[in-house]
Every structure is written in C-alpha cells, then in structure tokens.
Design a protein around this ligand. Sequence first.
Ligand SMILES: [Zn+2]
Ligand SMILES: [Zn+2]
Length: 395
Amino acid sequence: MDLIEHARSIQQDTVALRRALHRRPEVGNHLPATREIVLGALEGLGLDIVLHESTSGIVAVLEGSRPGPTILLRGDMDALAMPEDTGLDFASENEGTMHACGHDLHTAMLAGAARVLSERSDELAGRVVFMFQPGEEGHHGARFMLDEGLLAATEPAPTGAFAIHVTSWFASGTISHRPGPEMASADTIRVTIHGRGGHASAPFLAADPVPVAAETVLAIETALTRTLNPFDPAVVTFGSIHGGTTDNVIPASVEMLGTMRAFSAETRTKVQELIRRVATGIAAAHGVEAEVSFDAGYPVTVNDADFASFVDEVATGLLGAEALTPLPAPIMGAEDFSYVLEEVPGIMTFLGACPTDLEPGEAPGNHSNLVTFDEGAMSVGVALHAAVALAHGER
Ligand SMILES: [Zn+2]
Ligand SMILES: [Zn+2]
C-alpha cells in the first residue's frame, strides 16, 4: 500500500477526530479537553509520550526500526476567540470560540501521520518527534515548548522540522511554500505622546498632543519609504489612536497602538529604531515627549532552502509535480513555528483546502467566522507528513 492509499484508508478516523476537535475548540496555552482527545487518538501507537507542564503541549516520539536522524513534525491545537457562523453540523459548541485557522485539521493530520508511521515503523530509520502545540495564535506556545525541553526529548536532537498549515485560499490538495522568508515578524507598537492639557480655545497655553500624533503617523510612513530597501519591505499600521474626551478640552496625552511586520531580523530592528527616532523627534519638535515601546511578537518564519527542495522532491514523488504551486511572495501573517525554525532547519508548507464547491481566492479565508475547509485535503496532509518523515530517515 502506498502512502496516499494508507492515508485514505484511515480518512474516516481522521475526519472524525477533526470534527471532535472542531466541536470543542479551546484558546491559548491550556487546552485540557483538546489534550484528552489527542491522547485518545494516539493510544496504542507505541509512542513515547511526554506531557508538558507549562502548557498543554504533547511530545510523542516514534522510534524507527533502524538507526537514523530525528525529524520533528508539528501540529498546532488551539482555536480563536471568535464566534462561528458556518452552520456546520459539527460547529463549535463552545460559544465565542472557533477553530477558524484550521488547527483542528492540523492536529488530526498529525495524529493520522503518527498512526500511519507507527504501522510502518519497520520502514522508518531514525525517529519522529510529534509536536502537538497549544497557543499558536499569539500565545507563543512553541516558545514555551522549546523552553520546556522539546528539542532535548530525543538523542540525537531533530535535524529537520516540518509543519503544514491549511488555507482555504488555495485549491484543495496543492502544496505551497518558498525558500527563505515565508511569513513576517509581528510586533506591537505602543506610542504615548505626553503633552499638557488645557482649554481648546487657547492651545497656546497648552501643549496639544493631538496634531503631534497625526504628524507622527504620517512621518513614520514617509520615513519607511525613504529608509527601507523595497525588496526587503515592512508594514507599519497604527490601528488605534486615542486621546481626549470632549470637543473643548485639549487632552494631556494621546495613546497610539500599532503593528509592524517585517521579513528579516535586520529590517525588524531597523523599523523599530526608525519608529523610536521619528516619534521622539517629532514630539521634540513640538516641545512634547513621546514614549515608545514594543511588545515582541513572533520572529520572521524562515524556511531552510535545502529542506524546501527536499520537501519539493518528496511532494513531487508523492503527489506529482502539478500539486506543487510555489509561493511567489511571502505572506504578511506571522507564525510561531518560526521559533522552531530558528533552531532546526525545516519548513512550513501551506496545504490548499478550499472547499471544492467554492473558488480559491473567493472562499472565506482563515480567521473568518464563515471559513470552511475541504476535509479531503487531510489525506494529502497525512501522507505528506509521513513521506517527509520516512524520506528524512534516509537523508
Ligand atoms: Zn491563525
Ligand atoms: Zn494558524
């Protein structure tokens, strides 16, 4: 039986597992119900299981029949705090919580791959670390698992890392990734302009922070275009500006909140320096003060070029060259598998899962309250996880 047939032979269980997870979505780093469901699916597969304590992370190790290298396969398990309006008969039963990023599919595919590989462990050289992680959606779940010894779970440590992310934007069953930067870093920007409040009719007796905030936004956008190499871009958006309470009072301060995205560590640093310099400089020009800070989000997701071409070969052998649709450009979203890829060469690939009755690009996207995925793509994901692990054993 080839891997595709093997994955299809367990498809009913993969779908059932995905739907069970979809019904009971949980948010953040602590996912007790999800962990129970996943552990149930891994039972009897002969895996060495370590339950992490700082989060609901699960590390499961499958030992092959011959010596060889270690590969890490990642599936994220967390959902989003948002309502579900899909009308699916297995829709969320936890109000205000939805698996809208497809992590339920990721978890089910990884559990399916664990089963396939366990049934073929005589073909496996080396070992596989199955990383079931919580908290991908902004909670740094992967960072917590690394800190708790994820990469020390096996000897030798993983020399390859692989993750699959489904997307309803791409045609079902297609595989898309690119060597180098694939997803952006994402940091939160906080700027407070400290002026001096007063009567709105007499700004000369106050220090008005409102025009300073306006000028700061425009000056930052202009400075970006004059500072960055357009082939190594960044995006800065101020999504929130708050100051004042009524029409005839000059407020004492204005709070600004923004996000910044970049595709290299150098540009990320450069943009932070630029924001700090421009905000404090504009404030100084107006005789007020700007306080600038950043909440560090996920780093840039950088795919290893060698590992990317290795996966290209494996995917072509498994699915045919027509299934590969390389990403022409990086994606501005962010992903915490980036933490793993900072330490282990590997890639994250996108698996198209657009519902077959909808058009790719027109279907509701990931994080939409209406997003649905083609479950048929899951057998491709299961087989690809397994194929990459088996091929890595022979590298
Ligand atoms: Zn997401
Ligand atoms: Zn996601």
